[in-house]
Design a protein around this ligand. Sequence first.
Ligand SMILES: NC(=O)c1ccc[n+]([C@@H]2O[C@H](COP(=O)([O-])OP(=O)(O)OC[C@H]3O[C@@H](n4cnc5c(N)ncnc54)[C@H](OP(=O)(O)O)[C@@H]3O)[C@@H](O)[C@H]2O)c1
Length: 350
Amino acid sequence: MVQATSSRSSSPRIVVFGAGSVGCYVGGRLISGGANVVMIGRARIGQTLKKHPLVVTDYQSFEFQTQLTPEQFTEDPAQVAEADLVLVTVKSAATTEAALTLARHLKPGTPVISLQNGISNAEELRQHLPNARVCAGMIPFNVVQKSPGHFHHGTEGHLMAERDDSLDAFLPLFELCGLPLELRDDMKSVMWSKLLLNLNNPINALSNVPLLEELSDRSYRRCLAAAQRETLSLMGHAGIDTIKLTAIPMRLVPVVMSLPDWLFKRLASRMLAIDPIARSSMWEDLEAGRPTEVDWINGEVVRLAETLNKSAPVNRRLTELVHECEKTRRRWPGDELLAELRAALRKANS
Ligand SMILES: NC(=O)c1ccc[n+]([C@@H]2O[C@H](COP(=O)([O-])OP(=O)(O)OC[C@H]3O[C@@H](n4cnc5c(N)ncnc54)[C@H](OP(=O)(O)O)[C@@H]3O)[C@@H](O)[C@H]2O)c1
């Protein structure tokens, strides 16, 4: 088990705004390397972290445990005033509220990284924080809360963020903490490539089965392939490149997804190396009755289509079905969902 390197109050203060799965993992990982971290979160998670130590683990056997002090976890957003760097880790539906809160407290010029899924969160933050240095970020790996206070990083990949001079000074610290942060000039491609993978979130949510079971079913994979193909085509029209985030180049992912089960299992065994009970966070949101991020995942594709004067019937229908499911709880067997998406496609093309 890793022992925390002692943090010095003179070291830059990193504020994690929205301490949930990602925020607690990233915050804990930074604390493990001695960073001066303040996590801002809700009372519910604060209570959990009073009763239980914060434990962060990863798929490569990293393990760190600490009892957070009242200075390290707070519900008080005013603590963001002393931040030298802010990592925003709220879900997309909470971005506007987070931005308005940050705007009340943040020092001018503070770098802010949106470590959120979707495309438009950084822009939303930027609009409300014109004096901050807002950078889009991307977190490729999955984090789950395995037990109260225990946050586990389950898949490979490292953090990426938009290149900005203000972030250079933090790079050695992130590296030291085992959380390398790569600065990129092609963040639009990075984020759209991640979104292509996130298109599975609504399908998993609608399937109501674990990811492993869903991805083992060709009908669900064909639903995903249809949503990805539509998105790739629109990205092509918009001049947005893909980057490689999986073993398979992104443009080939829909082809692999459409393969018969026996061939898919043989060729894409790494994609099926998933904890058998893992599900998407959109499924968790539906179960908990929380608003989902579907408008910031499939909804982004629909908005891209509109800007190009084109349509995105598959992603539009998936968005509608998730919103219906938020109200009715209706879930979809793979063959019925595929038929529904194909019908939407036929209607759009007729
Ligand atoms: N989990 C993953 O594996 C993963 C991987 C890659 C990317 N992401 C992305 O990362 C982002 C965060 O996901 P997550 O899974 O960490 O979500 P999460 O577990 O719901 O964590 C977000 C936390 O922020 C809190 N929050 C919201 N508004 C707040 C505010 N104004 N002040 C203080 N706390 C606030 C939320 O509390 P309430 O719910 O009570 O509002 C929640 O506890 C999402 O965009 C997600 O898509 C997640």
